[in-house]
Design a protein around this ligand. Structure first.
Ligand code: TYD
Length: 181
């Protein structure tokens, strides 16, 4: 920041535009905050704290600190018969954090233009899924246990079950995001 301020001073910009060092600091802070928020708003594998102990290991999730939302609901998926899939929908508002507490499974995410498979098989990391992503969970191993932390209480109106509608909505959202500066 000091270099930026010095260069601007050299160019005489600061006096012409009446920019102060404080303005530049605020601008850079906002830019940093923005990029951090953008990172958190994307699909993200999040490593959780690990407390190794010969008596058994311990991991922890704290809202806001380890995941980018406050937890309004917790549910878990278990006893999934071989070959079954869960999900097959998107949420309008709900964000989730999914952890394979035991065993393994795949989370298939689709943003409307591309699909990616995330294999979860450890209890010390999880997948952050922002709203507006089509998601399915499959390939569950025997005795697997999927823990899901959600950002809103259960609300059937928050579900999008129609894939074509989801595609249309994500296309519109992409147009908004891609508006030229
Ligand atoms: P659903 O979200 O459709 O499960 P999945 O996406 O894994 O296939 O939920 C299955 C059923 O459980 C449905 O009848 C709604 C109910 N349910 C709740 O009552 N509360 C909840 O928090 C969730 C996630 C589901």
């Amino acid at each position: 920041m000091v270099t930026v301020t010095r260069n601007l001073k050299k160019m005489g910009c600061m006096s012409q535009l009446k920019i102060t060092a404080l303005d530049i600091f605020i601008l850079m802070f906002d830019m940093f905050k923005m990029s951090d928020e953008m990172k958190l708003n994307g699909v993200n594998i999040i490593q959780l704290p690990k407390n190794f102990d010969r008596r058994g290991n311990l991991s922890v999730i704290e809202e806001i600190k380890n995941i980018p939302f406050t937890i309004k609901r917790t549910y878990w998926i278990y006893d999934v018969p071989g070959g079954e899939a869960r999900g097959g929908h998107a949420y309008l508002q709900n964000q989730e954090f999914i952890v394979a507490l035991s065993g393994s499974f795949d989370v298939v995410l689709d943003n409307g233009t591309e699909k990616k498979i995330y294999s979860l098989n450890r209890s010390y990391y999880g997948l952050y899924v922002p709203r507006g992503v089509w998601r399915q969970m499959d390939n569950f191993s025997t005795n697997s246990l999927a823990l899901v932390l959600a950002s809103i209480p259960f609300d059937p109106k928050d579900y999008i079950y129609d894939y074509n509608l989801f595609k249309a909505m994500s296309r519109d959202a992409n147009e908004l995001v891609n508006l030229p500066k």
